[in-house]
Design a protein around this ligand. Structure first.
Ligand code: PHE
Length: 458
């Protein structure tokens, strides 16, 4: 089937293309880099269960709402709110939050993605092989303190992202999702089979799925909830924008369930790949963000065929990141296309370059220049964590909160009902969904938001 709608914005050529692209947006560093280390920090089992609850009861209802706004308007985020709420309505600020988030999140995310790519090169060239734990720790520190390397990796990663977004919906976003996502799944399954043969698999399995209620804290609850936004790409209009390229008869509910399930399964599988490796090698897992860049290379260095395993793992991480960075850049790009009438080429080039520049201070974060540790010494906070905390802990929950309220209370019942039912066999859940979106979701998200700004209810 040919893509392209009347206004030439583009549409997904196939149903599976949309699912792969949206799941590609959802599956990213959040699943493979962040989820395993926050699971380790929160003691495993009970945290995982709680996280599943957050995905089902908060993430999924918001995802349905977000895609609905996009599909019904066939517009990118700012224009969509203008169309539904009125040109000057305060609700339009939800669209602006999305575009701002696209810039901010991508600016630091692409730095970490660049590190992943850099580790592919290191693995292929054997630079990680035969090194001691201290040397590998130093190798990571060196990457984050050597601004030049970090910036180069950022520029390369952003250039790849821009090249793909320039291809448009069908020939860019969809085509690359169709290539990268199956490759990612294949690599994940390959690594899983390997991890399964390791002696630490049983222990890792019990760690991830065993129920250790005593490890659960109020902060863990909020962390699980906050992460469910980030990992499902919610609150910033990425799902909204992808929804705007959907055909009218697509089943939004069924697709959202498929995307959320894929995202969750991949996060859990990532844990079942990573923990058996670190447990078998007898390495401390509660290391925070260093888990995949320090602990894993240490484990790989102790294993036969470690360089190959490392290459596959970091390629997997880079692929996952790439399908996510594409969706963030698409939010910024589609704004300029829809609102300013720019060509896709120009919109991608301008946004992509601006985001790359914005990412440079984050790439320098470990360096001693002003934006790096110089800034930390002066202001007590480095640029990287300033941007990442503000965008993912404050703006995303704020955006998600607004989207839930908007669809639950502001949008007319007719539109909401029609969008929910189109092509769907889940019609009987409409009331349930609306009830959850009206009452449960706003309260839960408000708690996360209050915690982010320092007001702790638990
Ligand atoms: N969901 C992505 C991840 O888990 C991150 C992301 C956030 C992508 C917001 C797009 C929008 O890594």
């Amino acid at each position: 089937m040919a893509g392209g709608d009347a206004k030439g914005r583009g549409t997904w050529a196939s149903g599976i293309g949309f699912i792969l692209a949206a799941a590609g947006s959802a599956v990213g560093l959040g699943n493979i880099w962040r989820f395993p280390y926050i699971t380790a920090e929160n003691g495993g089992g009970a945290f995982v269960l709680l996280y599943l609850g957050c995905i089902a009861l908060v993430g999924l209802p918001i995802m349905i709402a977000e895609i609905m706004i996009g599909r019904s308007t066939q517009k990118s985020t700012v224009s969509a709110f203008r169309q539904l709420a009125g040109k000057k309505s305060p609700w339009v600020s939800l669209g602006w939050i999305g575009v701002l988030c696209g810039y901010l999140i991508l600016s630091f995310y692409a730095v970490v993605a660049g590190w992943a790519l850099h580790y592919v090169v290191r693995s292929v060239t054997g630079a990680l092989a035969g090194k001691s734990a201290d040397q590998l720790q130093a190798a990571f520190t060196q990457l984050s303190t050597d601004g030049g390397q970090s910036i180069l990796a950022l520029v390369v990663f952003m250039a790849l992202t821009m090249a793909m977004v320039m291809g448009g919906v069908e020939k860019g976003l969809e085509r690359w999702a169709r290539i990268l996502m199956p490759a990612l799944l294949l690599m994940l399954v390959g690594l899983l089979v390997y991890s399964f043969t390791l002696s630490g698999f049983g222990e890792a399995f019990r760690f991830v799925f065993g129920f250790h209620a005593h490890d659960l804290t109020g902060a863990g609850v909020l962390e699980a909830l906050g992460h469910s936004f980030f990992t499902l790409s919610l609150g910033m209009g990425a799902m909204l924008t992808y929804g705007s390229y959907l055909r009218r008869d697509t089943d939004i509910v069924g697709n959202s369930i498929a995307i959320a399930v894929l995202d969750t399964v991949i996060a859990l599988l990532a844990c079942l790949v990573i923990f058996p490796i670190t447990f078998t090698a007898g390495i401390e897992t509660a290391q925070g963000p260093g888990l995949v860049f320090i602990s894993l290379p240490i484990a790989f260095s102790k294993m036969a065929g470690g360089s190959i395993l490392a290459t596959v793992f970091f390629a997997l991480l880079s692929f996952a990141a790439l399908t996510s960075t594409i969706s963030m850049l698409e939010v910024a790009t589609s704004y300029f296309i829809d609102e300013r009438g720019w060509s896709r080429h120009k919109a991608t080039l301008v946004s992509g370059s601006a985001i790359t520049l914005l990412g440079i201070p984050s790439a320098l974060t470990g360096a001693t220049v002003f934006f790096g540790s110089g800034m930390k010494e002066r202001f007590g906070r480095d640029w990287f964590s300033l941007v990442s905390d503000f965008s993912s802990n404050i703006l995303l929950p704020l955006g998600g909160f607004g989207i839930a309220l908007f669809v639950a209370w502001k949008v007319g019942d007719r539109l909401r009902h029609d969008e929910f039912l189109a092509g769907s066999s889940f019609g009987k859940f409409y009331r349930l969904w609306l009830g959850v979106l009206r009452f449960f979701v706003p309260i839960a998200v408000a708690l996360v938001f209050l915690k982010a700004i320092g007001i702790n209810i638990f």
